[in-house]
Design a protein around this ligand. Structure first.
Ligand code: DSN
Length: 422
């Protein structure tokens, strides 16, 4: 075993093949506009915590109540993460152990409702998530999901439909939150609906958690009794998940995570979450969250002016869903052409899509990562112009080359945080 002090030097000597691939990925992240709206650049501090010796520790259980010994330091780490999460989001309790947002959602289902219970969630093709009841996911297999969508005209959440379906099916839980929805979610309205049918409201804020933390999106706290999130999207932490809840649900949520379906917590990742939660409580992060939304608006407006339709007409968040069918493309072709030009987005279904999900009528992208680079409104506007140029000539190699060169210049001028320069 090597004793080299630089972790990347140790890796390069122990496993040059993996070290080389990590180096290549570093270069890809450094030199592309990462616009998948669920991706971001974790800080060096977050990555240092995740790459620490805490990966060696088994700590099944919770602080002060573990199944293994030797937890004197990791107990403090986890307690700090919990305290920071409850303070940041204004909730009574936090469970910081879920390995991802999907696990956070499953923990709530396992802890709070019973297999076979009815749950109301958002349709996947309207912007919902696999874990909100899709038939291929455990949520759809274990529970009886019914759904609401968006209005055909406005493409905003149809709260009247939410209420009507809730009244008809009397769900044990209502889930709000989305992965491909660009507008504000009205948590107050959702809580009124939940109260009207005497049920509980869960908000999956995975996409918008950083905006909520930074005051750029209304918080679900105070309306949702249960809140789930991933920690690596707009929150800019390590890959992982969390559940926040009212004290009434504390025990059920904790049991839904462990022993409900997870084993030992990843203490190194929990340390990274603690670091992220400290960063997210700063005034710098608040400014970041606000600028992320400003930048998304600038990109969406630029594309709309170029004649490419953002779903719902624009965005209030970090995310844009673009209907590319009106310019004769599908999502796959549009995303492929942008990737050739150094702009990374994902194909996505759009509401009432007529194309299959593997192609999709749209692309989904956003501004969390480019804003972490320091992009302001002017750079966001230029990014929108570059996207429009590529989509107007998706097979034109010369356009792709020219845009890629400008992307590289932008990336050099606004270095990605946490990534060493070339
Ligand atoms: N895969 C995530 C996203 O991209 O939105 C959701 O889990």
């Amino acid at each position: 075993m090597t004793t080299a002090t630089d972790p990347m030097d140790s890796l390069a000597s122990a496993d040059p093949e993996i070290a080389r691939l990590i180096g290549l990925e570093e270069g890809r992240q450094r030199d592309s506009l990462e616009m998948i709206p669920s991706e971001n650049y974790a800080s060096s501090a977050v990555m240092a915590a995740v790459g620490s010796v805490l990966t060696n520790k088994y700590a099944e259980g919770y602080p002060g109540a573990r199944y293994y010994h030797g937890n004197e330091f990791v107990d403090i780490v986890e307690s700090l993460a919990i305290d920071r999460a409850t303070a940041l989001f204004g909730m009574d309790h936090a469970n910081v152990q879920p390995h991802s947002g999907a696990q956070a959602n499953l923990a709530v289902y396992l802890g709070v409702i019973k297999p076979g219970d009815t749950v109301l969630g958002m349709k996947l093709d309207a912007g919902g998530h696999l874990t909100h009841g899709h038939s291929v996911n455990a949520s759809g297999k274990l529970y009886s999901f019914v759904s609401y969508g968006v209005e055909r005209e406005t493409e905003v959440i149809d709260y009247d439909e939410m209420l009507a379906v809730a009244k008809e099916h009397r769900p044990k839980l209502i889930v709000v939150g989305a992965t491909a929805y660009p507008r504000l979610i009205d948590f107050e309205r959702a809580r009124e609906i939940a109260d009207e049918v005497d049920t509980v409201l869960m908000a999956d804020m995975a996409h918008i958690a950083g905006l909520v933390a930074g005051g750029a999106h209304p918080t679900p706290a105070g309306n949702a009794q249960l809140i789930t999130t991933s920690t690596h999207k707009t929150l800019r932490g390590p890959r992982g998940g969390m559940v926040l809840c009212d004290s009434k649900f504390r025990r059920r949520v904790d049991r839904g995570v462990f022993p409900g379906h997870q084993g030992g917590p990843m203490m190194h990742v929990i340390a990274g979450k603690a670091v992220m939660l400290k960063e997210a409580a700063t005034s710098e992060f608040r400014a970041y969250a606000g600028q992320t939304v400003e930048n998304a608006r600038a990109v969406a407006e630029t594309l709309a002016e170029a004649g490419i339709r953002p779903i719902s007409g624009g965005t209030d968040t970090h995310l844009i869903l673009l209907d590319v069918t009106t310019i004769g493309l599908d999502g796959q072709r549009a995303a492929d052409s942008l990737e050739r030009a150094g702009i990374v987005v994902n194909k996505n279904a759009i509401p009432f899509d007529e194309l299959p999900p593997m192609t999709g009528g749209g692309i989904r992208f956003g501004t969390p990562a480019i804003t972490s680079r320091g992009f302001g409104t002017a750079e966001a506007h230029r990014t929108g112009e570059l996207i429009a140029e590529v989509l107007a000539a998706p097979d034109d190699e010369a356009v792709a080359e020219r845009v890629k060169a400008e992307v590289k210049d932008l990336c050099d001028a606004f270095p990605a945080p946490g990534i060493p320069s070339a």
